[in-house]
Design a protein around this ligand. Structure first.
Ligand SMILES: C[S@@+](CC[C@H](N)C(=O)[O-])C[C@H]1O[C@@H](n2cnc3c(N)ncnc32)[C@H](O)[C@@H]1O
Length: 282
């Protein structure tokens, strides 16, 4: 699924504005923000850009380390929840609406550029890679997480396909970012890359509760359900597909809780110094 594939067929509102993204993130991928901050070794005083930051999974933790942080995302509707989380944690940072494919920042402005399961949703992967490299200073670090296509992310995103409009021409699948060869090609010889495959577990009391979490909080799922409001049979098919995924993919112990182990690629890259660019290193 890509962001321009609004389930309603309109391009006016990001599906990520629907539901309750912050509750979703806190129940699923919130622990991964810390993984990126640690892997990028973010330190006090660094300028950090978190791309497709959502409600600040990486950004808030980077700010808590004393970095000067900008959280950017195409869905500003989620910034109030991010600001509230930041205030609760005692973190100070800036929130700026931005498309990962056309970042409104200067060349080499940041020591560290991150994205936790975020920029992977933009349809033009090469534009995202180019922009993340451009705004990172030579010697600086880029850190991302991306679902592996052969892990649970593959079948999860596939289940949406029959219920959303076809992707726009040239849009690449989100999970392709989890393919090592693809990532190496996107960054070509501009980064020294360290790619490692990892996994994390999402939990819910039951598969049904896992489905309910998605249907009430995960914007793209809420958008599909809303688009099928006048087609009860199709809406039921979508919920069945989600439940089927939740039942089949549950690797938890008999009797609960339900557990879902997602494989992902941790992408860490240091920007190589380029001739003609002698700015200080990250
Ligand atoms: C799964 S959420 C991840 C959010 C956050 N990084 C986290 O770890 O919780 C995906 C995010 O990507 C954002 N997004 C999708 N397409 C984008 C684009 N083209 N540019 C910027 N952000 C985008 C969505 O608005 C959403 O906040």
């Amino acid at each position: 699924m890509t962001t321009d594939q609004s389930a309603t067929g309109t391009a006016t509102q990001s599906p990520w504005a629907l539901g309750d993204y912050h509750r979703f993130a806190k129940s699923t991928i919130w622990e991964l923000g810390a993984v990126i901050v640690e892997a990028c070794d973010i330190t006090a005083g660094q300028r950090v850009l978190d791309v497709a930051a959502g409600t600040g999974n990486v950004a808030i933790r980077a700010a808590l380390r004393g970095a000067q942080v900008v959280a950017s995302d195409i869905t500003p509707e989620n910034f109030p929840a991010g600001r509230a989380e930041a205030a609760e944690q005692g973190a100070t940072l800036d929130w700026i609406e931005a498309d990962a494919q056309a970042l409104p920042f200067a060349d080499g402005e940041f020591n560290v550029v991150t994205s936790s399961f975020g920029a992977i949703f933009a349809p033009d992967h090469q534009a995202v890679a180019n922009e993340m490299v451009r705004v990172c200073r030579p010697g600086g670090v880029i850190g991302m997480t991306a679902f592996a296509p052969d892990g649970l992310g593959g079948p999860f995103f596939d289940l949406f396909a029959p219920f959303v409009p076809p992707p726009t021409a040239g849009a690449l699948p989100t999970v392709q970012w989890g393919d090592e060869g693809h990532v190496r090609q996107l960054f070509a010889d501009r980064l020294d890359l360290e790619l490692s495959r990892r996994s994390y577990v999402e939990r819910a009391p039951t598969p049904e509760a896992y489905c309910d979490l998605f249907l009430s909080t995960f914007g793209p799922a809420v958008a599909v359900a809303a688009s099928l409001a006048d087609e009860p049979d199709r809406a039921a098919e979508f919920k069945e597909a989600l439940l089927d995924f939740a039942v089949r993919s549950n690797s938890g112990p008999a009797g609960g809780p339900a557990e879902y182990r997602y494989d992902y690629l941790l992408i860490i890259g240091r920007k190589r110094p380029t001739s003609g660019d002698k700015r200080r290193t990250g």
